[in-house]
Design a protein around this ligand. Structure first.
Ligand SMILES: Cc1cc2nc3c(=O)[nH]c(=O)nc-3n(C[C@H](O)[C@H](O)[C@H](O)COP(=O)(O)OP(=O)(O)OC[C@H]3O[C@@H](n4cnc5c(N)ncnc54)[C@H](O)[C@@H]3O)c2cc1C
Length: 534
C-alpha cells in the first residue's frame, strides 16, 4: 500500500513525474528566461533522522511507531517552508514517537502518559497545517498523537440532521460514510483530501463556499475533548444563550487545550439544484464591487469568487487584463434559476458581461440537462482549484518561492489593504529575486467585507528559498497588519503566525487563554508555542 509522501502534498505515488518537472522547466524558461536543471526529489533512503530519545510506555507500545518515514512525515505540515525543508531532508527535530490511538480510551492513556512524564504531546489530524501547527518545538521528548484511526461516523440523527463523528476522519472518508444516508457535511476546504474533522475544528477552517454556512464553526453542535484535567463534553443544542460557549473555546484551540475525539456535526441533504455563472469585468475594482453588492443583497451564493486578472488568466484562461467573478448557487430543495439571474443582473449593472448562454443551470435529478459538458470559465477554475496543491509539488527544488497568504478586511478599507499588500509583495520579490508575480482572489465574501487570498511567486537561486520566503512573508504580513487586516482568515495561527497574532489579540485575552491552558493542561505539554507561550 502506498504511503503519504514525506515531503509533497498527496501520496508517495503522486509525487511529480519527470514530465511534470520538464513542463515546469519549460514554463520557467518562458516566464523568467532562465534554464534550470530538473530537481532530484528525495527518497525514503535519504532520511537520516535523530534516533528516538524515549521508548513508548508499555501500555501504549502496541500503537506507537518509531519508523523514520513516519517520523519524517509527521514533522512538518504542508506550507512552502515545510515542503522545502522536507524535500531537502532537513529534519533536525522530528517527533520521537508517533502514537496511533484507535479509540478515545487509548487517546486518554497516551495523553496521561505524556502529562505524567512531561512529554510534549502534539495532536495531529491530517497534517495539512500551513502554519507549523504540528511542528515539534525544541524539547527533549516529543510524541505526536495521530488521530486518523478515529475515522468513523458513529451515529446519524436524520430528524435533527446531525451526525456524531470521530475527529480523525479525513474529508473523503467522512463524506463516503454520510453519502448512503443522503447527507453531506458540506465542508470542503481545498485540503479536504488530507485534513480531518478534528483539525478543521481545532483550526476554525473555512470551506470553499464563499458565503453563509462555510466555516466549521457553523456546523459544530457539540464537541468531546480529552484533556489532561479530564473529559470535556458539551451538550447537543441547536443554540444556547447560557454564558460563554464551551464549544467556542474548543473551536480554534489548535491542540493546546486538549484532544478533540468526536463531535456532533450539523449535516445537510445533498444538493440537487445548481446554477453558476462566470461574469467578466474590465477591472478588478468593478468585479470586487459587484461581489460586495451581491453579498449585501443577501442572496447568499455558495460561490462568489472574485479573481483578479492574473488569477483569471492562470485559472480560467482569460486574457490577463480582465477580472472574473464566479457566482454559484446550490440547494437540495429549491431550483436556483431565480437566484442566479438576480445575482447576474446585479453583476451586469455593476459593469460585468456574460451572455445568457453562459449561465449554467443544473438539476442532478435530470442528468441530460442542457448544461452538461458546458463548463466554461467556472469549470476551468474548479479543476485548477482541485489540482493546484499537486501542481505546487513540482515547484520545489527549482528555486521557485511560491506561497499563498490570506486575510479579511472591511469593504471601505479593502482597496488600501490591497494596494499595500501588493506593493509589499512586489517590493520584497524584486529585492530578493529581481522578479515576481502576485495575484489575488476572494475566497469568502461577507456583507461587511471580503477575505482576499494572495498568491506570490518569484524565482531565486536554488538553496536561497527559505531566506527569500521569510523576507517576503514578513513584508506582506506586516503590510496586512498595518492596513488593519487579520493575520489569518482561515489558515490558523500555529507557530508561523505568532508574531502578528500576538499583536492582533488583546493582552487580557491572552492572559485568560493562558489561565485556561494552565487549568486544562497543568504541565503545559500540549502543543506548546502555538497561540500562546506556556
Ligand atoms: C493545499 C492546502 C489547502 C488548504 N486549504 C484550506 C482551506 O481551504 N481552508 C482552510 O481552512 N484551511 C486550508 N488549509 C489549511 C489546513 O488544511 C487546515 O488548517 C486544516 O483545518 C487542518 O486540518 P488537519 O486535520 O490537517 O490538521 P493538522 O494539520 O493535523 O493540525 C492542525 C492543528 O490542529 C491541531 N489538531 C489537529 N487535530 C486535532 C484534534 N483532534 N484535537 C485537537 N487538536 C487537533 C494540531 O495540533 C494543529 O495545531 C490548506 C492547507 C493546504 C496544505
Amino acid at each position: 500500500m502506498t504511503r503519504r509522501s514525506f515531503w509533497a502534498w498527496g501520496m508517495a505515488d503522486q509525487e511529480p513525474s519527470r514530465e511534470q518537472y520538464a513542463a515546469l522547466a519549460h514554463r520557467l524558461q518562458r516566464r523568467y528566461g532562465v534554464a534550470r536543471e530538473l530537481p532530484q526529489p528525495p527518497t525514503a533512503a535519504s532520511l537520516h533522522l535523530r534516533k528516538p530519545r524515549l521508548t513508548p510506555h508499555p501500555l501504549v507500545a502496541g500503537i506507537c511507531s518509531m519508523d523514520d518515514h513516519d517520523r519524517a512525515a509527521h514533522t512538518y505540515g504542508r506550507s512552502f517552508r515545510d515542503r522545502i525543508r522536507a524535500f531537502n531532508c532537513d529534519f533536525p527535530n522530528p517527533p520521537d514517537i508517533i502514537a496511533y490511538p484507535r479509540n478515545e480510551a487509548e487517546v486518554r492513556t497516551v495523553l496521561d502518559w505524556c502529562s505524567n512524564s512531561n512529554i510534549i504531546a502534539i495532536p495531529y489530524g491530517g497534517g495539512s497545517t500551513v502554519v507549523a501547527g504540528i511542528e515539534p518545538p525544541p524539547a527533549d521528548k516529543i510524541v505526536t498523537i495521530d488521530l486518523t484511526r478515529l475515522d468513523r461516523v458513529l451515529e446519524i440523527d436524520d430528524t435533527s440532521r446531525a451526525a456524531r463523528i470521530q475527529a480523525g476522519v479525513l474529508g473523503p472518508a467522512l463524506e463516503a460514510q454520510l453519502r448512503p444516508a443522503g447527507f453531506t457535511l458540506r465542508h470542503f476546504p481545498q485540503s479536504f483530501e488530507f485534513s480531518s474533522l478534528g483539525g478543521w475544528i481545532a483550526t476554525r477552517s473555512g470551506g470553499h463556499y464563499a458565503t453563509n454556512h462555510t466555516h466549521i464553526d457553523d456546523f459544530v453542535e457539540s464537541v468531546r475533548m480529552v484533556t489532561p484535567a479530564g473529559d470535556w463534553d458539551s451538550r447537543r443544542l441547536p443554540g444556547s444563550g447560557a454564558g460563554p460557549s464551551p464549544d467556542r473555546m474548543v473551536i480554534g484551540s489548535e491542540g493546546i487545550l486538549g484532544i478533540i475525539t468526536e463531535a456532533w456535526m450539523r449535516i445537510q441533504a445533498r444538493p440537487r439544484f445548481r446554477a453558476s455563472a462566470g461574469v467578466v469585468f474590465d477591472t478588478m475594482a468593478a468585479a470586487a464591487n459587484a461581489a460586495r453588492l451581491i453579498a449585501q443583497a443577501k442572496l447568499w451564493p455558495a460561490n462568489l469568487r472574485m479573481l483578479d486578472p492574473n488569477e483569471a488568466q492562470d485559472f480560467a484562461n482569460l486574457d490577463g487584463a480582465q477580472a472574473l467573478l464566479i457566482i454559484g448557487f446550490e440547494s437540495a430543495e429549491l431550483p436556483q434559476d431565480d437566484h442566479i439571474r438576480q445575482a447576474v443582473a446585479i453583476a451586469r449593472d455593476a459593469g460585468g458581461s456574460i451572455s445568457n448562454d453562459d449561465i449554467l443551470i443544473a438539476d442532478a435529478a435530470q442528468r441530460s440537462d442542457s448544461s452538461a459538458g458546458r463548463q466554461g470559465a467556472v469549470g476551468s477554475w474548479r479543476n485548477s482549484f482541485i489540482n493546484a496543491p499537486y501542481e505546487r509539488n513540482a515547484a520545489i527544488g527549482f528555486g521557485i518561492v511560491a506561497e499563498t497568504l490570506e486575510t479579511a478586511i472591511t469593504w471601505e478599507r479593502w482597496p488600501a489593504l490591497d494596494e499595500a499588500v501588493r506593493s509589499a509583495l512586489h517590493d520584497a520579490l524584486q529585492r530578493t529575486c529581481g522578479n515576481g508575480r502576485v495575484s489575488c482572489r476572494f475566497t469568502h465574501v461577507y456583507p461587511d467585507g471580503p477575505a482576499p487570498y494572495y498568491t506570490f511567486e518569484g524565482l531565486g537561486p536554488v538553496g536561497a528559498e527559505l531566506e527569500i520566503h521569510a523576507a517576503v512573508k514578513q513584508a506582506a504580513s506586516d503590510a496586512v497588519m498595518a492596513a488593519g487586516g487579520t493575520i489569518t482568515h482561515h489558515h490558523a495561527v500555529g507557530r508561523a503566525h505568532r508574531p502578528w497574532y500576538d499583536h492582533q489579540r488583546p493582552d487580557p485575552f491572552a492572559a485568560a487563554l493562558r489561565a485556561a491552558k494552565q487549568t486544562l493542561d497543568p504541565n503545559g505539554i500540549l502543543n506548546p508555542g502555538v497561540l500562546i507561550d506556556p
